[in-house]
Design a protein around this ligand. Sequence first.
Ligand SMILES: [Zn+2]
Length: 198
Amino acid sequence: MKRRLGAGRRPSKTGKPVVEHQRAIHIKNLKHLKNETAFSISYPDQSTLKAVLRRDRLFLILIAEGKIKIKTVLNLINFEYLGRSRKYLLCPNCKKKFNSLYFNDKNIIACRFCHGLSYRTQKQIRQDRLIWNAEKLRLKYNLPPIFNTIHDKDKPDEIFKGRFKTIQDKIYQWESESHKIFMNWVKDAVELDFKKSV
Ligand SMILES: [Zn+2]
């Protein structure tokens, strides 16, 4: 049986929940785990996942806001690849093997496909980097906040005019490129909405 488990916690820019925003458990968390030794993972929202491995079964308790949110058992499978055995987590919903599983809003654990999660797209990653580069330079030279015009009077005394112009051009270039990505996304989103409504 394969079914979609619905929305995750936070929508991405495309409206779809993003993998990076979800509480997750990764197979690498279990790498050094000995049988029957408990370990815990703390998430940024202050919740904690406690886990114990016992004969390829992983017993989990998710604690949030001082309450046990869910108790569940995951199965691990051993998969032979190039003569080496590797462990994977089995998605309780679709029964396929994964390196990572995620909790959704309702604290149901499943793979990213069952939850309908997406990875950040290359475009989003590129846009983040452009904005971050511009931001860093603006901070370094104490310039006005991102997307604001840089005036001659903003030039720090220790920097020559030519160099200042280069910095200014670089910042504008990064910001306009990131703006273009943003506007393309708006265009796509509007078109998608339009298609849905007709
Ligand atoms: Zn699944």
